[in-house]
Design a protein around this ligand. Sequence first.
Ligand code: GDP
Length: 310
Amino acid sequence: MRWPSNHANTDGNIEELLAVPVDAVMDALVGAALPHSGGSFRLGISGVPGVGKSTFIEALGLHLVAQGLRVAVLAVDPSSSLSGGSILGDKTRMERLSTHERAFIRPSPASGTLGGVAEKTREAMCLCEAAGFDVVIVETVGVGQSEVAVAGMTDMFVLMQLPNAGDELQAIKKGVVELADLVLINKADLDEAAALRARAQITGALRWLGPHTHAASRVLQLSALKGTGLDEFWREVSDFRVQQAASGRLAERRRAQDEAWMWERIAAGLRQRFDQHPAIRAALPRMSAEVRGGALPASVAARRLLDLMN
Ligand code: GDP
């Protein structure tokens, strides 16, 4: 592996290697892995806590490793970025899958902004692909912006729902359904009739949302606990994948995601530089007070502060 040129003299010396900034190591590692990545299918899965994500991913993962596939599971957990705690509760989850030799489960990065956590997940995804995993599952909790981040890094985004109307309406209001390539109604074993009703309602809502949703959006029901509906789900995923690849939409989606991600990181980097800029930090309290007090228009204050970055 080639290190960035200013760290080129680190060959074989562990102390010098450890002195290399982590970002530079990651850049070099991801740069080396990139030409070998891109071969996995990237599957995003989202849903509120308790909907059955880990039960489902474990069942699906075991189903896939039994077919000889290698499966990696990554997570974008907004709770861990805010509080250091994890809604996804990594350690006790997916016990059977986590011990399988063809599976890899990575705990969520424990700190940073959502953008930072998502970036680490993208890097991990790149490394998993280079390591030859056939399917990379990226999981997130159905709160806040994390679904947007996961939909923006995967080939297919699946939203899990409970079979009751309250959840269904909530998700539609949040606009998350619009991101979904497929909606899964879990826990169908608890109340088959409610699951069927939810399926009909969500199918109708997707049609009603019209041009904003993916034309291919489908709704399936299953029981992650009993494992029923898994075959149908995987058939649906495989069909979607084949269609997307054949039509060129998969490649286009990935290109658009990469470009959007570049802009996302530029925006985050600019914001960080702004926040850390000494002249801006010095001027900010006074400017903020003037804006709050009505002495200075917000737009003028913003322009002056931005000018300090030059
Ligand atoms: P997560 O928070 O979304 O990861 O949800 P979990 O996978 O931890 O599941 C939450 C609870 O729902 C657990 O008690 C599971 O056993 C249960 N559960 C998950 N899937 C099903 C299902 O298909 N049917 C039933 N009856 N229970 C389920």
